[in-house]
Design a binder for this molecule. Structure first.
Ligand code: URA
Ligand code: SF4
Length: 284
């Protein structure tokens, strides 16, 4: 079985190759708009490679202790390193016991279903979007519409598979007509995201677009100014780590403003993320 070091090295090599050969590889260069329409993802992508250790059941006591911690609405971050299974248990309990039936804001009135988030609980890389769109609302999974297809391409261009990262949103219910969530809605919902982050403890967070960036960096700076440079998420302090954050454009924005300049900017942001993940794995 490949260990983490091998995996990261392979990813890094693939990343360099992709970069050299294709430049802005996840999006073809200007003038070929039709290529911007990504190939549909036909399968749910929570599958296979690299092999994921099969979940080992936890002793009852620790599992229920942890779900108790997860149930605390805005309680402290779980402390200490968690096993993969513990993370899965905490996240599943938060979703099943709180999020699916949540009525903390008015978005509950118009949603079809909540969209909790998904991915590898041991991932070094968390993407945070804004909120579900129509397809996500219908399917109950994050980033499965057009923006999601582009996000998948971005992830692949980084040498990763979608199943190797974690994807979540600021709000878990669809804002009607895809409007941005209001400050009241963000405020009502953000505790879930913060607890997801506290559980996952990723090495790096990529915020996609304005709302995620504003929330996690407590900034009012616009995404155009703030993207492309490293910032810090301090929300787990003092018990938890400071997590580096790379803000970049939301893929839905990229689809609307599909210029070579914007694509290069996003690709450059993602390259910085890969460097950071590689650096983290080497210093271990
Ligand atoms: N846009 C988002 O911000 N999140 C999704 O899950 C889908 C589209
Ligand atoms: Fe609850 Fe968040 Fe949905 Fe509002 S958006 S109802 S806070 S889960």
């Amino acid at each position: 079985m490949m260990d983490d070091q091998d995996r990261i090295r392979r990813i890094a090599r693939q990343h360099v190759r992709t970069d050299e050969l294709l430049g802005v590889s996840f999006m073809p260069v200007a003038g070929r708009q039709e290529d911007a329409v990504p190939t549909p993802v036909s399968q749910p992508v929570m599958v296979s490679s690299p092999p994921v250790p099969s979940p080992r059941p936890l002793p009852r006591s620790s599992s229920s202790e942890l779900s108790a911690a997860a149930k605390r609405p805005s309680g402290p971050a779980p402390s200490g390193p968690l096993s993969r299974q513990q993370k899965l248990d905490i996240l599943a309990a938060m979703n099943a016991d709180e999020v699916v039936s949540c009525t903390k804001c008015d978005l509950c009135r118009t949603r079809i279903q909540t969209v909790f988030g998904e991915g590898d609980p041991d991932t070094p890389l968390l993407f945070v979007g804004e909120g579900p769109g129509q397809t996500e609302d219908e399917q109950g999974r994050p980033f499965v519409g057009r923006a999601g297809e582009l996000l998948n391409k971005m992830i692949v261009a980084m040498g990763l598979g979608r199943e190797q990262v974690y994807i979540a949103n600021v709000v878990k219910c669809r804002p009607p007509n895809n409007r941005p969530p209001t400050p009241v809605e963000v405020d009502a919902c953000s505790g879930y995201l913060l607890r997801q982050i506290a559980t996952l403890r990723p090495k790096v967070i990529v915020t996609l677009g304005g709302p995620a960036t504003k929330l996690l960096l407590s900034t009012s700076q616009g995404i155009t100014t703030i993207r492309g440079t490293w910032h810090q998420f301090n929300g787990l302090q003092p018990e938890g780590p400071i997590i580096p954050v790379m803000p970049t454009f939301h893929p839905a924005y990229l689809l609307r403003a599909y210029t070579e300049d914007n694509r290069r900017k996003v690709w450059s942001d993602l390259q910085k993320v890969m460097q950071k993940i590689k650096g983290e794995s080497e210093t271990k």
